[in-house]
Structures are given as structure tokens and as C-alpha cells.
Design a protein around this ligand. Structure first.
Ligand code: ZN
Length: 322
């Protein structure tokens, strides 16, 4: 079904498709890894918590930066953790965790720019292809920062496999980086969909509902439970749309559409500031940034935009008359 609305070209989803071959066999081969790091074609991302270190471009206008350093350049910043992300053709890609003590000196440098990854993504400060690899590095580095001690016996654990495992020498437990699944969904009732807004959002912004999947729960069950808990709406069939790694700190967003079976919204004020039905026309105006009250949606970097847009365009999710 062709869309009734001119939504413009479909923008790219953020943090997805890093284009790297993960080359897991190199993780256990220190000699191969050292050769990759020494190769002049290789590069490293320098990350300090939420901040990413970037180079200013020669004659740059401060709207575009280069986040890729040679491994030697990035090591000189003061590195406490190193993870191997994969190969971009013949070039290796690494993520380096920068010492907190080095940050102020880096901020003072004329040739560098430090910015929060969310701001970098929102304002398009780097070429798109870097975003997913930086997300991968950030998720891994933040796992190391939060999991230094064995969860089984409390002994400090040791990084192995180029950052992809931590081993406890005392009780021999192996620990692997975690990814937390979250469902993010758009309940649909004919020509209307349900959007909510958290108290953390700007006052004009609305989005999909979302929540963590609990142990023992399927994706479909989590979609139905979260929609019931947050908005009091019962859902029937759930369809998978797409997923997105979300490195804050290490979530996998699982995007779905759901068929709503009831209509009366009861907002859980502990979870949401508000939730209500929106007609397809109104959501189209929000997507096109033409809403008369300036109501808006998340930026295209987030999967919520794509879940909502695909339904408005008639490309996915329950369609009335279908
Ligand atoms: Zn242990």
C-alpha cells in the first residue's frame, strides 16, 4: 500500500549495522591481535564513560568530527581497558577505555572534541558508519567497568579474549558481556496508535511504550504485559518489526507492533506522565514536524521513529481494512 503521506526518504537507524567482521578467532590469538594493532590501517575509538574523544577536522566547522584514531594515538591518551571490535576489511577496529584522570587534559586540547554519545548521534557529529562500532565499544567497556569482580565469589576477575570474557582465577567462573533485551512497541487500534510520554521527555515529545523483558518471558508476553501495566490496554497478536543495539549501557531494543483489543487508557503514573491514542494523520504530522501544537517523536536514530513511521506508511503492523 503506498503511503498517503509524504514522509521523505527513509533515514538510517542508529547504532545498527557496524559493517565489521567480528573475527572472533583473533580474540584468542594475542600475536595476531598485536599485529592487527600495529598495522597502520587499523583504528581505535577512544571512550571515557559516556564521552567519546574525536578529532577536529582541518578547517572544520565544528559540526563534523573524526572519531577514529590510530591505536598508537589513542593509547597515548591513557588507556585502562582495550577491546577488539573486529575487522573492517584489512583494518582492525578497537575500543579503548580512557582513564578518567586524563579527561580534563583531553578536553583542554585544541585539536580534540569530547562529546556525549547521545549528543553525537542526535546532532550527526560523526559519519554514520562509526556509530554502531562506537556503540559496540561503549557497551563492552561499560560492562568491564561495572563487572570487575566475580559475581559468584567476589574475587577480582581478569579480562581475557580481547575483552569478550572475564575469568575468575579463584572459582573458575567465566563471565560474558551482557545484553539486556527490551521490548519497544506500538499498540494499534484501527486508524489509531497508542503513544506515551515519560516525565524525562521534552514536554512536546511522545514515543512508543517500552520495558525490559523479564526472566521466563517471551517477547510477545513482555509486549502485552508492559502495555497493560503502563497504559491498561490489552493486546492480542504481536508482530516483530526490527531490533536495535542501544548502548546506554547495553540494551537490545526489540521493536514490535501489537493489535490492541481494548480502548480505555489507564496510565500508570509511576511509569509514564501520559499515554493516549493518536490518529494516523496526527502522527504523520508529527513525523513530518508539521504538528500544529509542535508535538514530536524521537529522532530517526532511535528505533521508535521507525516503528511508528512503518505503521503510518502502511508498511508494517496491524492495518485497518487489511
Ligand atoms: Zn569467582
Amino acid at each position: 500500500m503506498p503511503s498517503r503521506f509524504d514522509l521523505g526518504p527513509k533515514p538510517r537507524l542508529g547504532y545498527a549495522d557496524d559493517g565489521l567482521e567480528r573475527a572472533a578467532e583473533k580474540r584468542t590469538d594475542p600475536a595476531a591481535l598485536a599485529a592487527v594493532e600495529a598495522d597502520p590501517r587499523s583504528g581505535a575509538y577512544a571512550i571515557a564513560g559516556e564521552l567519546v574523544v574525536m578529532k577536529k577536522l582541518p578547517g572544520g566547522d565544528e559540526r563534523q568530527f573524526d572519531p577514529l584514531f590510530t591505536p598508537a594515538e589513542a593509547r597515548a591518551f591513557g588507556v585502562h581497558e582495550s577491546v577488539f571490535l573486529g575487522m573492517a576489511g584489512a583494518a582492525g577496529r578497537f575500543g579503548f577505555g580512557i582513564d578518567a584522570a586524563a579527561i580534563e587534559a583531553l578536553k583542554a586540547r585544541e585539536d580534540l572534541k569530547l562529546a556525549d554519545l547521545r549528543a553525537i548521534a542526535a546532532h550527526g557529529l560523526i559519519a554514520d558508519q562509526h556509530l554502531a562500532a562506537i556503540g559496540e565499544a561503549k557497551a563492552l567497556l561499560s560492562w568491564h567497568a561495572r563487572h570487575r569482580f566475580c559475581a559468584n565469589c567476589g574475587t577480582e576477575s581478569k579480562v581475557v579474549d580481547a575483552g569478550w570474557r572475564r575469568d575468575c582465577a579463584h572459582c573458575k567462573t567465566q563471565h560474558f558481556p551482557r545484553t539486556d533485551p527490551v521490548v519497544i512497541m506500538l499498540p494499534v487500534d484501527g486508524e489509531r496508535c497508542l503513544l506515551g510520554r515519560s516525565g524525562r521527555f521534552p514536554v512536546t515529545m511522545w514515543s512508543c511504550l517500552a520495558g525490559y523483558i523479564e526472566p521466563g518471558e517471551t517477547i510477545e508476553e513482555a509486549v502485552r504485559r508492559e502495555t497493560m501495566e503502563e497504559a491498561g490496554i490489552l493486546c492480542g497478536p504481536v508482530t516483530y518489526f526490527a531490533s536495535q543495539p542501544w548502548p546506554f549501557p547495553s540494551t537490545l531494543m526489540i521493536g514490535c507492533h501489537a493489535q490492541a483489543l481494548t480502548r480505555d487508557v489507564v496510565v500508570d503514573k509511576n511509569e509514564l506522565e501520559d499515554a493516549r491514542w493518536f490518529d494516523r494523520e496526527e502522527v504523520a504530522l508529527m513525523l513530518m514536524q508539521q504538528h500544529p501544537d509542535k508535538l514530536g517523536l524521537p529522532r530517526p536514530v532511535a528505533i521508535a521513529y521507525h516503528i511508528i513511521r512503518s505503521w503510518v506508511a502502511g508498511e508494517a503492523g496491524p492495518q485497518s481494512g487489511a
